[in-house]
Ligand binder design. Structure first.
Ligand SMILES: Cc1ncc(COP(=O)(O)O)c(C=O)c1O
Length: 426
């Protein structure tokens, strides 16, 4: 037994799928303690959009530390925070005409989700939240209540209330029209469902199986929220920060959420950081009402500013759109191998859905085979039946090719040894 198996809690998860010891990392690559290279298609679950140890961001962070600039500042005024806010405004919010205020939260995604829920409830005086089946928003108590996965919910140990789940958008003809259903429960005084404070969603459900909401659906949902005076919260923790091909995933729908939740790649370097962007009139917080020691991780502010500079100087959105088209075309050919393979995705988050196969473990077997061939990739969605591709946005084209080739070979090998068609989805 190694030190982890001997001493680390049983709760550890990723290390079970990738049971090697990692030591070094550069851009799209991870290296084990004995130097074996792996291509990383997990990228810190979305926390490393700009690659491992991005040279530009690293140089800014090293300078920051060498100069003894402040490292821990609670929520006091600091130069690092002021520069981050200014850069974020100048690079993103002003050009998009977005008037948000910034709320810095405890440093992980779930901290920011908790803050968003608390603010929405206090602002509206309502407690119910509409969340979507397949949605993942974190595992602390409030976020867990709006996360749909039964496995995680069962661990809460208490009732998880004040939430109503409705189906996400589906393009299958016989599935529930979730927006018609939402309108119905909001309008019917006998629906028995309390009027919610907010609707919260990912515009692409990542952990839920890479389910992509269409721009029309997102716009229609936003309109319903406006008609009923319900806040629209966009959880952009995983699909945000450039992953969709724009910085914010909702840009493609041309909507303005009331609250945007960001974390993961926000600091640019995998350093913990989370924040809310809030419509200014929603900012009814009293001083210190939502506090937290690590809301002021100054190095993350410096990294976040450097990441915005890096995006701009490298035209990252253009590169993402180009690589996205390349991955889409590869996956189109992959899906032609077997009609049971379905692909979904956007930007540089793609899913290969194997749920039409009888073998429930097929996606997991493929991921395992990929790992044997030195590609780190995870399974998501119901029963983990979707292979999720989450490369670095900065991945070199030859490395991307190499990884896609590993996926193709693993899929061909595993699919050729599996059973018959059980359903055929459009
Ligand atoms: C969309 C989304 N929201 C919230 C979270 C929770 O973030 P964290 O794990 O940093 O608490 C995640 C994490 O995967 C996520 O993907």
């Amino acid at each position: 037994m190694n030190v982890f198996e001997s001493y680390e809690s049983n709760v550890r998860s990723y290390s079970r799928s990738y049971p090697v010891v990692f030591h070094k990392a550069k851009n799209a690559m991870l290296y084990t303690d004995d130097g074996k290279p792996y291509i990383d298609f997990l990228m810190g679950a979305g926390a490393l959009n700009y690659g491992h140890n991005n040279d530009y961001i690293k140089s800014r962070l090293l300078t920051y530390m060498e100069e003894d600039y402040i490292m821990q500042g609670l929520d006091m005024f600091t130069v690092a925070k002021s520069e981050f806010i200014t850069a974020f405004n100048d690079h993103l919010l002003k050009p998009l005409g977005l008037p948000y205020k910034f709320q810095f939260c405890g440093p992980t995604g779930t901290n920011a989700v908790e803050a968003a829920l608390k603010l929405a409830r206090n602002y509206t005086g309502r407690s119910n939240i509409i969340s979507f089946m397949g949605g993942y928003h974190g595992l602390s108590q409030g976020s867990l209540a709006i996360t749909s996965n039964e496995y995680h919910r069962k661990a809460a140990g208490i009732g998880l209330h004040n939430v109503t789940f409705i189906p996400y958008e589906s393009n299958k003809p016989n599935d529930t029209d979730s927006l018609a259903y939402l309108s119905m429960i909001l309008e019917d005084t006998h629906s028995g469902i309390e009027k919610p404070a907010a609707v919260i969603l990912e515009t692409v459900q990542a952990e839920g199986g890479v389910n992509v909401a269409s721009p029309q659906w997102l716009r229609a949902l936003k309109t319903i929220c406006e008609q009923h005076d319900i806040l629209f919260i966009c959880d952009d923790i995983q699909i945000g920060c450039g992953r969709s091909g724009d910085f914010f995933s909702f840009q493609r729908a041309e909507i303005t959420p009331d609250i945007v939740v960001l974390s993961k790649s926000l600091s640019g370097y995998g350093l913990p950081m989370a924040m809310l962007l809030i419509r200014p009139d929603l900012d009814i917080w009293q001083p210190g009402e939502h506090n937290g020691t690590f809301r002021g991780y100054q190095l993350a502010f410096a990294g976040g500013k450097a990441a915005l500079e890096f995006r701009r100087s490298t035209d990252l959105d253009i590169a993402v759109k180009r690589k996205s088209a390349y991955i889409r075309s590869f996956l189109g050919k992959l899906a032609a191998i077997d009609e049971r393979i379905h692909i979904r995705g956007l930007g540089m988050m793609w899913g290969i859905d194997f749920s039409a196969f009888e073998d429930k473990l097929l996606a997991k077997k493929i991921a395992k085979k990929c790992f044997e061939d030195q590609l780190i990739i995870e399974c998501v969605g119901r029963e983990d039946r979707v292979l999720k591709l989450l490369p670095a946005l900065t991945i070199e084209e030859e490395v991307l090719d190499e990884a896609l080739d590993v996926i193709r070979k693993s899929v061909v090998q595993c699919v050729s040894t599996t059973g018959k068609v059980v359903s055929h989805q459009a």
